[in-house]
Design a protein around this ligand. Structure first.
Ligand code: MN
Length: 745
């Protein structure tokens, strides 16, 4: 059948089509510059010269047809010019500059926008992906006219789809059904939506389509008779009551019947409201008057009355709907609306475009900011009526707080506006982010802080030996999830540091017990301990020690017990323990008694005080000062007060040798000072680090010291100098921190 059509169809004459378009513009009363539109036609004709459509017609006939649809949509002159040129960047040698030179930058931008949409690769996906793809197209369009021209382009391509291969028919129909019809619906363009849907259905389910059209054809004489008698009845009644109204009746479009049949599992005879009536009046009060009159004439079907005038649909649609039972018991639907509502329903956003153009259109054209002022106004009025999806989505799409990009596989990834390749990488998987070593956008290498654009195809280069995320990335990424994943990585890294630290601590502790790690790193000794303490590996145990999840003393005691219980061949280790215990005892006798973990040479049980100036902790080199009546004050040997005091002869002889005992108490207070640039979130970051380290913070205060600098003083409880050094290292790594020092140095 298509073969026949191909043979029967003579190639179309573009000049003839264009003169018909000119005629349409002249009679539409549309104030346009005909010279400019003709020049666009000439440019397109020349550029596409030699190219043919599948029906054998010159390619430019498609451009004229698309422009014709934009005229029907009531679009402005720039749109008509752009529609004529919409394929020249994609299919000919002409460039943005060529178009801009002759028709101005706005037209060139629109054509380029349409070209970008054309280039988006479409593959059928699950619904969520489709929704993102629709959003991406709308966001990419930037200028709403780009979308409207793209819909006109698609509409004409669908109208002429008969000439394509079956494969292409199905692919394009699927794309139309999933992408373009929903966009048309969202923009409130019911007429374009219906036509796109019916044309697509024809190729997607030819049998289903035929079944409905055939059966409608059979019912046509009956339906037409019914419609004209109802129309007349209503018209007569309204006239008698002095109400000016125009009445249309129509048979519902094929796809809406098709959908009903499937949703309700009915055949076509089971669908009663095959026809719909439309009563169009001048004013809103008239809408409600007409509603009352119709309900007076016919019996309304309960539950079918809907008032979209007081509560418009999200896509701006307004009308009142009711279904009533006509003569012979046939139900039918009546939609009642004003002319303005009617135009909005038919052409949606395009109608508003037209409206604005004829009503001080300059505001629409001047500058990008003002371009969407009318949409924004609509948004504002619409927000009150709680119309969620359309305006919410439109706002996101048009005012860009989101960006939509493709993975190399064609998945659409939705990210916050300003997102970078790092955000993209982490949105794929944290492993991709953690192993990222570079990124390509649209085949070109970009920097990590490249700001992704709608429609970009993003490719992440990874390497097994990647160093992992840099702390700078936290300042680059835009998405919270990327930030979280980078922080998680650091936490995990911290674990590795904890393992090293825990191992060192255990080694130290064992040394005090006269043992070495080698003595205990034995399956026989370790396995039962790990089991009892619920660790799956030695590393886990080290990490817990390093992290403070378990005290090193507890682990060492367990190890000692285990060695004691071990088989005789562990005897050497046991002997060591016994020898160490003996040594400790002897030492203790020699050293006297420790107070607060401090041994004072030649003095037992004296009063001990830790100096506030340098807050010493076990592991520090220390010295004691005999105070007047307050016992011995303990200082670090690098304490500046001690250093100064040495110069004072008066203090000679009051300094006394002291040392840390084998057993020290659990916590010592020490004070650190952090110098940094003053920045927001600094204290929070310090607190986060301390919290992650399980540090016992007694006091934390931060102040600006002028010149954009800050000093933060922290008082902590720690076990020993090693822990202090570790904490200082972590604090040093916080961004903007310049130094971390112990007080008194
Ligand atoms: Mn096209």
């Amino acid at each position: 059948m298509q073969e026949e059509m191909l043979q029967e169809n003579k190639p179309l004459d573009p000049d003839l089509m264009f003169s018909q378009l000119e005629e349409k513009l002249r009679t539409s009363g549309h104030p346009v510059n005909m010279e400019r539109i003709r020049a666009a036609y000439e440019m397109a004709k020349q550029a596409h010269a030699g190219q043919l459509r599948k029906d054998g017609s010159p390619y430019v006939t498609h451009c004229v047809a698309a422009a014709d649809i934009t005229v029907d949509l009531g679009l402005d002159e720039d749109s008509i010019v752009a529609a004529l040129l919409h394929d020249v960047i994609e299919d000919t040698t002409l460039t943005h500059a060529d178009i801009a030179h002759q028709f101005g930058v706005p037209v060139a931008d629109i054509v380029e926008g349409v070209t970008k949409l054309t280039r988006v690769q479409y593959t059928s996906k699950e619904e969520e992906q489709m929704e993102n793809l629709r959003k991406m197209l709308m966001a990419m369009a930037k200028d709403i006219r780009v979308i409207l021209i793209k819909i006109a382009d698609r509409l004409h391509n669908m109208r002429t789809m008969a000439y394509q291969t079956t494969e292409k028919q199905r692919a394009k129909s699927l794309e139309t059904m999933e992408i373009y019809a929903p966009i048309a619906h969202r923009l409130g363009m019911q007429r374009a939506k219906w036509e796109l849907e019916d044309l697509s259905l024809q190729y997607l389910d030819p049998a289903g389509y035929m079944e409905i059209t055939k059966s409608l054809e059979e019912k046509l004489p009956m339906l037409e008779g019914f419609m004209s008698s109802m129309e007349k009845k209503i018209q007569d009644r309204l006239e008698a009551l002095g109400i000016q109204a125009t009445i249309y009746s129509r048979i519902k479009h094929v796809y809406s019947i098709y959908r009903k049949m499937y949703a309700q599992k009915l055949d076509i005879d089971g669908i009663f409201d095959l026809c719909a009536f439309r009563v169009i009046v001048d004013t809103i009060p008239d809408c409600y008057n007409v509603l009352g009159i119709i309900h007076d004439m016919f019996k309304p079907v309960p539950g079918r009355f809907k008032d979209y005038i007081s509560t418009p649909k999200p896509n701006m649609y307004q009308s009142v709907h009711t279904t009533v039972i006509g003569t012979e018991g046939i139900p039918f639907e009546v939609q009642i609306r004003t002319w303005e509502m009617h135009h909005t329903a038919e052409y949606g956003i395009a109608a508003h475009w037209k409206y604005k153009m004829s009503d001080g259109g300059d505001a629409v054209r001047s500058g990008d900011e003002d371009k969407f002022a009318w949409v924004r106004r609509l948004l504002e009025t619409q927000q009150e009526s709680d119309a969620q999806d359309f305006f919410h989505d439109l706002k996101i799409d048009m005012f860009a707080d989101e960006v939509f990009v493709f993975s190399p596989k064609g998945d659409v990834i939705n990210l916050p506006a300003g997102a970078t390749p790092i955000d993209f990488a982490y949105s794929i998987h944290s492993d991709v982010g953690n192993h990222m070593v570079g990124a390509k956008v649209n085949g070109r290498i970009v920097t990590y802080d490249y700001v992704l654009q709608n429609g970009d195809i993003v490719e992440i280069r990874t390497s097994k030996s990647a160093p992992g995320p840099s702390r700078d990335w936290l300042n680059i990424v835009k998405s919270g999830s990327a930030r979280t994943k980078i922080k998680q990585w650091y936490k995990k890294e911290r674990r590795e540091e904890n393992v090293i630290r825990g191992r060192e601590m255990l080694e130290d502790e064992l040394k005090h017990n006269g043992l070495s790690l080698d003595d205990v790193l034995d399956e026989e000794i370790l396995a039962p301990i790990l089991k009892r303490l619920s660790y799956t590996s030695t590393e886990d145990m080290y990490a817990a020690i390093g992290y403070g999840g378990i005290t090193v003393g507890r682990v060492a005691n367990r190890l000692r017990d285990e060695i004691k219980n071990a088989k005789p061949d562990r005897k050497t280790a046991l002997d060591k323990v016994a020898a160490a215990a003996e040594r400790r005892e002897q030492n203790a006798k020699k050293e006297g008694k420790a107070v607060h973990g401090i041994l004072v040479e030649g003095l037992d049980n004296c009063l001990i005080k830790f100096s506030r100036c340098c807050t010493p902790v076990p592991g520090d080199d220390i010295i004691g000062f005999i105070t007047r009546g307050q016992g011995v004050s303990i200082h670090r040997k690098d304490c500046s007060n001690y250093q100064k005091s040495l110069a004072n002869a008066e203090n000679e002889g009051r300094w006394i040798r002291v040392s840390w005992a084998r057993e020290t108490t659990d916590s010592y207070v020490t004070t650190l000072t952090i110098a940094s640039k003053d920045r927001s979130g600094l204290v929070m970051d310090i607190a986060t680090v301390l919290n992650a380290l399980n540090a016992k913070v007694r006091n934390l205060s931060s102040r600006n010291t002028g010149g954009n600098l800050a000093l933060t003083v922290i008082t902590l409880e720690v076990k020993n100098a090693a822990e202090v050094r570790y904490i200082m290292g972590r604090l040093q790594a916080i961004p903007a921190v310049t130094s971390v020092t112990r007080n008194g140095s």
